[in-house]
Design a protein around this ligand. Structure first.
Ligand code: HEC
Length: 127
């Protein structure tokens, strides 16, 4: 019985320190047996998949070049002068008079951030 209590105590301490370590870090991370805390990265395919799934490609084309379509003249996302934050803003609130729909409530914030990153980092024409 005494042994059981010691074990429970040890487990509680381990759990508490895990919680402390978790909250001390802003990154999403996991603890491994060796105590390493690797940062979990969202796979690169995530932004691409969302770009296709949410229909961005119908107006902006699969490579982001945009062009004339029923929505208006889709912007060329490969050369957008907007910052990543501004891109996320446009996806959220749209530019409806110009034919860019607002995706607020349709795409969650995390995915919108992923899309903005994808547009700025992967679709962007490299100079
Ligand atoms: C119905 C057609 C349509 C769809 C669907 C659409 N867009 Fe657009 N988008 C447009 C048009 C048209 C513009 C240009 C608006 C303008 O001229 O100001 C635009 C502009 C933008 C811009 C601003 C670019 C700039 O440099 O000003 C971003 C960013 C963008 N779209 C991202 C997206 C993403 C991401 C999706 C998918 C979630 C998407 N769009 C879906 C039509 C569309």
């Amino acid at each position: 019985m005494k042994r059981f209590r010691t074990m429970t105590f040890t487990l509680a301490v381990a759990a508490l320190s895990a919680v402390a370590m978790w909250s001390a870090s802003g990154d999403v991370s996991a603890e491994t047996e060796t105590g390493d805390r690797p940062v979990i990265k969202v796979p690169r395919g995530g932004g691409r998949a969302a770009f296709e799934r949410h229909g961005c490609i119908t107006c902006h084309m699969p490579d982001g070049r945009g062009g004339q379509n029923e929505g208006g003249y889709g912007a060329d996302l490969r050369v957008t002068p907007l910052t990543e934050e501004q891109v996320a803003f446009i996806i959220t609130y749209g530019r409806t008079p110009m034919g860019m729909p607002a995706f607020k409530g349709l795409i969650d914030e995390e995915t919108i951030a992923m899309l903005a990153k994808y547009i700025k980092e992967d679709l962007r024409l490299k100079k």
